[in-house]
Structures are given as C-alpha cells and as structure tokens.
Design a protein around this ligand. Sequence first.
Ligand SMILES: C[S@@+](CC[C@H](N)C(=O)[O-])C[C@H]1O[C@@H](n2cnc3c(N)ncnc32)[C@H](O)[C@@H]1O
Length: 273
Amino acid sequence: MRDAKTAEITEHYSEVARAASAAETASCECCESDPTHAGEAFSLYAKEVLDELPEGALAASRGCGDPVAKADLRLGERVLDLGSGGGIDALIAARLVGSEGRVYGLDMTPDMVALARENAVQAGIDNVEFIEGSIDDIPLPDSSVDVVLSNCVINLCENKAAVFAEAKRVLAPGGRLVVSDIVAFSPIPEGAEESLAHITGCRRGITSVDSYRTMMASCGFVHCDIEPKTVYTTDVLKEKAERKGRVAALEAALRFEVDSVCGSAIIRGRIPE
Ligand SMILES: C[S@@+](CC[C@H](N)C(=O)[O-])C[C@H]1O[C@@H](n2cnc3c(N)ncnc32)[C@H](O)[C@@H]1O
C-alpha cells in the first residue's frame, strides 16, 4: 500500500513524463519558471552524449549529476538504473555497454516507464529494458547486475536502507554502486530542514553523508566514497529558489546558517568479490 507522499511523488512525475512526451513545456511544480529542462540536462552531461538522445529523454531529465560518467562502464556489463525516469542515464549506459551488455531501468511511475520505452525506440537502442516497480523492492534476481546507478531518486524514498539492501542483493560479487544525489555535508540547522528540502526538491528531507555511509556499510558495501559535486552556497540556493519560484522558502532558510550545508554528490560503493 503506497503512502500519500509516494502517491504525490508519482503524480508529480506523471505530469513531468506526459509533458516531456508531448514535447511541451513541463508545467510541474519543480520548474514553474524553468521551461527548458532540456537546457538543464546540458548543464549536467557532455553535449556530444546528449546529441544522440531523443528530445523526450532530455526534456524529462531531472537528475542532479552524471552518474554514468563516474561509473567507468565496460562493454558487456549489466547495469540497473534506479528511478530511471525518462531513461536518460539508462540510454547513455546502454550505448557504453554495447550489444553484449544489458541495461535495466526501474521506475515506479507508469508514465515515466512508457516515456523511457518510447525514447529507447526513438534512439534505436534495444539492449535496454524499462521495468515498473519500486527501488526498495527490486524485481530482479540476486547477483544479476554488475553496476547499480541512480540519479536524484534515493532522496525521494522513505526507506533508504531497504534501497541499499536491495542494491546489494542484486549486485554480483565485486559489483559497484554509483549514485548521484542531494546530501547534507554538515548538520542542517534545526528549523531550516523543511525550507531547504523544498528549495532542493527533496520531498523526504535531505539525508546526511554520515547516514548514507552508515546505511551502505551496514548493507555490506565497502570503499564507500562521497564526492561533492555542487555545494549549495547561499548564491546557489538563491538561484534555485528564484528559478523554481520558491522565494518564500529561501527567505525562511536564510534565517539560519545554511551556506554550503548541502549539495549534490556522487556516492560510490562496492561489494566484495
Ligand atoms: C528526480 S526524477 C529523476 C529521474 C532520472 N533518474 C533522471 O535523472 O532524469 C525521480 C524519478 O524517480 C522515480 N521514483 C521516485 N521514487 C521511486 C521509487 N521508490 N521507486 C521507483 N522509482 C521512484 C520517479 O518516478 C521519477 O521518475
């Protein structure tokens, strides 16, 4: 049984998918004043990578980094993308692992899964499969993939520990996890949590790097490494809040010392051979 927050998240990403599919301006809450999400994709990925993808994949892009660029994918590898959205990372990964490799994209929003499938057809990529399901209950067998990717999704999940446990279960020995997400680098002042989460779009709050490390270690990941990507200084928060029309949340957040407490990061871990 889905909780109300999960239903709200699904509804939101259905709207994003439908707008991207219609190649319209996304009229979602997260981008009211930001009609060009495709433009945002160009700030995260190398242009030559995006040039080969359908417009619908770019328009639905809602990541906060480029996990594929950090995953060192090799020909023939099996990859799972958690919360694959319109398919941007799964499609990029599918090209890198070649016809001997296979990529699975998993997403709970049916409209996103439909859009990603449409994008794969348009891109002429057939070593990718988009599956509907929740990332805390992955519908794949044990030890069935070499790499788990995710881009700005785990922050939306209620049970993050279950997501890491499931990622560990489906990874083959020696497998690796490469996740882009929004994290707290230092404690968020009490009273600023909600407004910062609103500005950054983290609908279930912002989790600390220490908490990520603890969850990953307790699930059996080793060599856990968290590399900051964009540190959200006051100026970055201002830019985000203004672009998304969340100035009231910004004013509330700036009553506290929030400069550089959170930001995007690449989270990496391995499981032993
Ligand atoms: C911020 S978007 C990111 C999409 C994609 N990774 C990208 O970079 O464009 C979040 C995506 O995660 C999906 N999602 C959120 N929670 C999920 C869950 N528990 N299980 C599966 N998918 C989930 C949403 O449906 C949405 O497509």
